[in-house]
Design a protein around this ligand. Structure first.
Ligand SMILES: C[S@@+](CC[C@H](N)C(=O)[O-])C[C@H]1O[C@@H](n2cnc3c(N)ncnc32)[C@H](O)[C@@H]1O
Length: 278
């Protein structure tokens, strides 16, 4: 790996464990309560280097991980937290090469996670209502991933019918995802995975009722991810006093070919000539 370059984002870690995200620029300095760090001290240095501020405090410089970048990047809409991003990617089974439909782009945190998971062979199309959020999402994506040729941000509502077809995965962070089931949901291929991220149980309830009421969906599952960090220092080994207690609930479902039989009565076809379910 080469040394830090001008224009690069660098995470500074002070001697109290606080993190600061800066963009390196020749001749510039970063001022904070532990002193001043000249960017030129860092440019050309390898990742992991420790430098001193003008006040003598030690500062470690690292390239930010994706989780660190998401928590420090510029936000418009509330971002999906790293603990939930991880769960969405795994339970949504977002794989390299997948064709993903997302909404809304918001600040772009989930978009970035999806782009990293699908890789260069995959594609992410994300719908967003607000021009300012679309621009911020694009800027955040490009700041971390560079030009993403396989990302398309479309202005419009995901509740309207979509142009895309044969989608592998749908990932929604919008207030009323049940309104997307008939349009975007119909564009999901059989076997595809639908994921929605919602902040309240009332929204989860509406979504799950809608999924249960439509025979094109199965394996409907809702859960939340609680991550409890631990304090480990000497003989003081215990949970931290604080944690992120609530962010959102994740609901997943699988798309199927709507059965020709009454649900739960697979032995009794609606139409006698219908073939049996295999
Ligand atoms: C909570 S934010 C998404 C944050 C994003 N997942 C992130 O991690 O940065 C919700 C976004 O959905 C957008 N939105 C709301 N309703 C929508 C709809 N019907 N179609 C597309 N986008 C929508 C909002 O403008 C907002 O940007």
């Amino acid at each position: 790996m080469t040394g830090f370059e001008p224009g690069e984002r660098v995470l500074l870690l002070d001697d109290r464990g606080r993190r600061y995200l800066i963009t390196l620029q020749q001749g510039q300095s970063y001022h904070f309560h532990r002193g001043i760090v000249a960017h030129d001290l860092l440019i050309g240095q390898p990742e992991g280097v420790t430098v001193r501020t003008t006040s003598g405090a030690a500062v470690i410089a690292l390239r930010p991980t994706f989780a660190e970048f998401v928590l420090k990047m510029k936000r418009g809409a509330q971002v999906v937290y790293p603990k939930d991003l991880a769960m969405i990617l795994l339970h949504g089974d977002v794989y390299p090469g997948a064709n993903v439909l997302e909404a809304g782009a918001g600040s772009g945190a989930l978009t970035m996670a999806l782009l990293r998971a699908v890789g260069p062979e995959g594609r992410v199309v994300t719908y967003e209502l607000r021009e300012d959020f679309a621009a911020l999402a694009r800027a955040n994506v490009e700041a971390f991933l560079g030009k993403a040729e396989n990302l398309e941000i479309k202005m419009g509502s995901v509740y309207e019918p979509v142009e895309e077809t044969d989608i592998d995965r749908i990932v929604l962070d919008v207030p009323e995802p049940w309104r997307a089931l008939e349009g975007a949901g119909a564009a999901l291929r059989p076997g595809g995975v639908f994921v929605a991220y919602l902040p309240t149980v009332l929204q989860v309830h509406s979504l799950v009722e809608a999924l249960h009421g439509d025979p094109s969906w199965t394996l409907v599952s809702s859960f939340e991810a609680l991550v409890r960090p631990w304090h480990v220092e000497g003989r003081s080994v215990r949970p931290e006093h604080r944690m992120v207690a609530h962010t959102g609930f994740i609901t997943t479902a699988r798309k199927i070919l709507a059965p020709k039989f009454l649900p739960g009565r697979a032995d009794r076809p609606i139409m006698p000539e219908d073939p049996p379910i295999l």
